[in-house]
Design a protein around this ligand. Sequence first.
Ligand code: BV8
Length: 235
Amino acid sequence: MPDPDAKIVILTGAGISAESGIDTFRAEDGLWAQHRVEDVATPEGFARDPELVVNFYNARRAQLPEVEPNPAHRALAQLEQAHRGEVVLITQNVDDLHERGGSETVYHMHGTLNSALCAACDHRWPAPLIMAPGDPCPACNATAARPDIVWFGEMPYDMDALFAHLGEADIFAAIGTSGNVYPAAGFVAEARRAGAHTIEFNLEPSAVGNQFQEHRTGPASHTVSAWVEDVLKWG
Ligand code: BV8
């Protein structure tokens, strides 16, 4: 399998940012323990109580300057730079740690904390640290600003491009994701259909763990760094 020209497609989840101090979703004390998904991560929740939802994201955005990328983020950036084959990084995370760890091209399929979206005209702009419901859109002036986040029931971003990459993957690696949320949790099946070798990096098998041929168990900062070292030895 060691092929220096292999196309590597990577999907990351909250677990890759856990060692940087960002809460995951489904840990005991995680985000979904503190909030009901329906209240803070759905369009219906936003319509019901925009203040609650905007403040949920304001609190997570405010944490970003206090956290740093960890060795797993940096290892993936090194892989993107040094691997001869194409490396495609897809993240479910809305933080900016992949970019701050040095990754140049990142597909944020569930949006990003640092971007704001106009619900009226689809204009995007850098989110202020603190957003307020009714902030005017700088393009159309409608009071329709919302976090640029893909909520449950909304279509994740760049899906056509993501499925095209999965169809060409020689290696698919899922890092720090519980495999509970679709369509991301279905990516391993897509990659398998393309004949890719699939690897899961986690502390324990995910909900789709049995679909992976290889498991590297342990904290991502160790397992991902070791794996990238192996891959870069392929030539
Ligand atoms: C859509 C943004 C279609 C918000 C998020 C029934 C069956 C199947 C699917 C559905 C269904 N009912 C509804 C659906 C669809 C739904 C879904 O999948 N629901 C689930 C809950 C059943 N999906 C959607 O709605 C998606 N859209 O399907 O649209 C469509 C079709 C037509 C027209 C319109 C639409 C949209 C989903 C996106 C929702 N937004 N995030 C925000 O961030 O606030 S999802 C949110 O949870 C995250 O973004 C992330 O993507 C997701 C999963 O979280 P993980 O990243 O996996 O984190 P988690 O805490 O769960 O796990 C962490 C893992 O890390 C653990 O495994 C842990 O062991 C590991 N770990 C921890 N520490 C470490 C570690 N690993 C390594 N090292 C460590 N140190």
